[in-house]
Design a protein around this ligand. Structure first.
Ligand SMILES: [Zn+2]
Length: 135
């Protein structure tokens, strides 16, 4: 089991995971993913942080065209911008939802889960993080 992107997601052999980010010591901004500089003020004085596995919907869009021809997910599908409790933001798929029959609102709480996106040539699972509405 491995991460599709080590600068955003750390996957443990147990299946536990951590979402990675930075907190700038100059401007205080929390930013999703590891970066060499603060994306807000360009300071390199920051600490690495782990983000909570939950947040709320800040924005979303429903897509009716698959992102690539090997797409195994549903169509239409929902891409959402998630804001974490510390203010960091990321964009990911909102899963397990039928957008034709489900109302989606800004501010709805979500939890972050792992999903297998693909397997590499050795058969190892490549994991992504996705968002799921909290019941
Ligand atoms: Zn900053």
């Amino acid at each position: 089991m491995k991460s599709f992107k080590n600068s955003e997601l750390k996957v443990m052999p147990s299946g536990d995971f951590q979402l990675l980010g930075i907190r700038c010591k100059s401007c205080g901004e929390a930013i999703f993913g590891l970066h060499p500089l603060c994306l807000n003020c360009s300071s390199s004085d920051y600490e690495q942080i782990t983000l909570e596995n939950r947040g709320k919907i800040r924005n979303y869009t429903i897509l009716h065209v698959p992102p690539h021809q090997d797409w195994k997910g549903p169509v239409p599908y929902v891409v959402t911008e998630i804001e974490f409790p510390n203010g960091a933001v990321t964009t990911t798929q909102l899963v397990d939802i039928d957008p034709a029959n489900t109302r989606i609102d800004i501010g709805m709480p979500v939890q972050i889960e792992l999903r297998e996106a693909d397997r590499d040539d050795d058969g190892e699972s490549i994991m992504i993080y996705v968002a799921k509405l909290l019941a």
